[in-house]
Ligand binder design. Structure first.
Ligand SMILES: C[S@@+](CC[C@H](N)C(=O)[O-])C[C@H]1O[C@@H](n2cnc3c(N)ncnc32)[C@H](O)[C@@H]1O
Length: 298
């Protein structure tokens, strides 16, 4: 039943501030699936953090109870303490969602949420001897982890995946940019010094104008909003980008999913425009994130 006055009220009073943000889009999309379903959905959120997403969905739409209750998994005990306090009806597991045995012990789910979670698996492949993420290992780890997570979904069940996406085209193609003001240029230099997953390299052409690779440009625009905020310490350790669109689609198809919706989101576009002018003809700001809704073959 798509029309649901309680949901409309819940969204308007509790969540509307998330409208247009990734989390908000995921919650709206998941709520649509739940309202279309003939029975309460059992949800798994891998990397649930403080459970704003799974918590809101279970709060608003309910969940099967007892053994069949919805589950959030996270390795951050502080985040889980908040989640448990705010959403006592959900079972939260402190653990690693890449642990196949842990996943297998929880049974199967109607809906799996992977929201800003898989890029952690990629980023965990940081190799101190390289001084960067070991890309082949990181990608292989994402594939393995995703295949294990996919097994937790019932035939005919759903996946909503939200995460960063590598820009189209070659990662090393050069992009020339001009900073719109001295503050933006200063912030870029701090970003380039402190960002850990990849060494950011750039050539300064004239004052306030630089050339850098497509990969480094995407890293910059997707991370710069965190610089100077408490989240920067954590965000500077992680790369949101691990797959191009074709790799993302292939992973889903290989794991028996039918993609129902594939939508690019660029929630920080206005902010980027204030800081940077792209000088290379034909180059646009990269899509920041992707939200994918897919159904597991029945
Ligand atoms: C960016 S937060 C997203 C939280 C939540 N999905 C949301 O969007 O509000 C990612 C979360 O994944 C958790 N995480 C990352 N890798 C994990 C792993 N291998 N096992 C369990 N949790 C993990 C982190 O601790 C963090 O809380």
């Amino acid at each position: 039943m798509l029309s649901n006055p309680f949901w409309d009220f819940y969204w308007e009073t509790r969540l509307q501030y998330l409208q247009g943000q990734g989390k908000g889009e995921v919650i709206l999309q998941a709520s649509r699936l739940i309202r279309q379903s003939s029975h309460p959905m059992r949800i798994l959120e891998a990397g649930c953090g403080e459970a704003q997403i799974i918590g809101s969905l279970v709060d608003a739409h309910g969940s099967p109870s007892g053994e069949q209750t919805s589950i959030g998994i996270d390795r951050d005990l502080n985040a889980l303490a908040v989640a448990r306090k705010n959403f006592p009806s959900i079972r939260f597991l402190a653990g690693d969602f890449t642990d196949k045995a842990l996943l297998e012990s929880q049974g199967q789910f109607d809906l799996l949420l992977l929201v800003n979670a898989l890029h952690h698996v990629f980023s965990d492949a940081y190799d101190p001897s390289l001084g960067e993420i070991n890309v082949p290992i990181g990608k292989a780890n994402v594939h393995t982890s995703f295949a294990d997570l996919a097994q937790t979904i019932k035939p005919g069940g759903y996946l909503i995946l939200f995460d960063g996406l590598e820009a189209a085209g070659a990662l090393d193609s050069p992009i020339q940019i001009r900073f719109q003001n001295p503050d933006a240029w200063m912030k870029f230099q701090t970003f380039a010094r402190e960002y850990k997953p990849f060494r950011i390299q750039y050539q300064q052409d004239v004052a306030g104008k630089i050339t850098l690779s497509s990969r480094d440009f995407t890293s910059y625009v997707t991370k710069i909003i965190f610089l100077g905020k408490p989240l920067w310490e954590r965000e500077r350790q992680e790369s949101y980008q691990y797959f191009h669109e074709d790799e993302m689609r292939r992973m889903l198809v290989e794991n028996d999913f039918i993609i129902q919706e594939y939508r690019l989101l660029s929630v920080d576009y206005d902010h980027w425009l204030q800081d940077v002018d792209i000088l290379t003809p034909g180059v646009e700001f990269p899509p920041e994130h992707v939200i994918i809704t897919a159904q597991k073959k029945g």
